[in-house]
Design a protein around this ligand. Sequence first.
Ligand SMILES: Cc1cc2nc3c(=O)[nH]c(=O)nc-3n(C[C@H](O)[C@H](O)[C@H](O)COP(=O)(O)O)c2cc1C
Ligand code: SF4
Length: 449
Amino acid sequence: MTALLKTPAVWPRILLPETPAADPTDLDSAVRAGAFEALKTAVRAMTPGQVATAVAGSGLRGRGGAGFPTGAKWRAAAAAPGAVKYVVANGYGADPAVQTDRTLLELAPYAVIEGLALAAYAIGASEAYIALRAEATEAIRRLEAAVAAAEEAGFLGPDVLDSGWDLTVIVRPVQGAYLLGEETVLLKAIEGKRGQPEQRPPHPAERGLFGRPTVVDNVQTLASVPWIVRHGAAAYAAIGSKASPGTILIQLRGPSGAGIAEVPLGTRLRDLIRLVDGRRGGKADPAPLKAVLVGGPSGGFLPADLLDTAYDFETLRAVDAHIGSGSIVIADDRACIVDLARLLTRFCADQACGKTIPCRIGTRRLSEVIDRIAIGTPKPTDALLIADLSSDIVGSGLCDHERLATLPVTSAMRYFRAELDDHLLRSTCPAGVCQPIAVAAAAGSHRGA
Ligand SMILES: Cc1cc2nc3c(=O)[nH]c(=O)nc-3n(C[C@H](O)[C@H](O)[C@H](O)COP(=O)(O)O)c2cc1C
Ligand code: SF4
């Protein structure tokens, strides 16, 4: 399991326990720590509508990347016609380098299960799924044990807490590529089918799993809900930033360390990277920070002078990055942004399913252009071509992958234009990474020419 990072004592803990339990599947100790208190309150003293109202009032937004308001989604599913509805916890974790959701499932299985039950109660569902990677064997083992124990204790199963409402929770391992994390593809996989992203509307809240109204929520989103019901919407709304309340799990990686941390949304990037890189002050560093890649393989590169940017949905979008998988990678001046953008763009192009042509062809062309820039065979019009291709691709897709896939290159163009021009116009790689491009003599390369 990826290491958990120490965070400032004043940062609230909602998702991960302060001290991980010796056995997170032990129901008695989880109940002593407050597990299922919120579910008891909900089924005994709240209507389903009141639960959805509490979630809406808290301002909780989906942690799966897009930040959609969770309460609005629940209300849409509750209002959709039909007696059979479903809830799906998305624990797939599409970014292969990020373990945040898996860590949550391993360390706090009851928080996810209780959040799932609260969502099911709020929309009137009697069947719910937790979908995760088939290779996450320890998380699967713990979830299955936790679901069985919760059923045995009457928190799940027939007649939940003597309420007359039944809830079956199914742990569903799934196997596939990056796009399987996208909700409509995930629903097909749960149905046992191979899928590609679907046109929306209708959204899954109206027509989802087996054609029924379905709430698909990320596992962190769901694990936030018991806290909201126990402490109140206002208390949750007071954490994080106004437009993006609450906490989120991030995974940091840099030359000085790596790990996972629960952080309040709205925290400055500067304070987040300090969690792995306390000495990072700028001048005295042997290898000064060059960029942070925020959002995973389809993330954006931000320069050191944007480290005061708040880590929240709107602010990141405005600077050509996004929360995405919760990944933050710190690159020092030994890294070449063109080379990194090239690797990421190729990955994104490889993951495009091909259902929409501008995404399939456009991301491939983008990858070819950045490839030839990196190897020293650019065409004079390549910068223009990147801009044209990106604007043609964005908005043309069915699932947003096409927009996100352009971010590595467009953010590199926006913030690292001089480095791009070194490759493009002078066939030099200041960091000495790109081959067979010559290394700029004055660049003080760390890798040699
Ligand atoms: C290419 C792609 C990959 C995605 N991968 C994930 C993922 O691994 N986990 C996840 O929760 N959401 C992922 N999403 C977002 C889901 O489609 C969906 O919006 C999310 O699960 C809804 O839950 P939320 O409202 O709690 O965020 C992905 C979206 C796209 C376009
Ligand atoms: S936008 Fe790309 S990944 Fe999404 S459906 Fe279209 S081709 Fe597939």
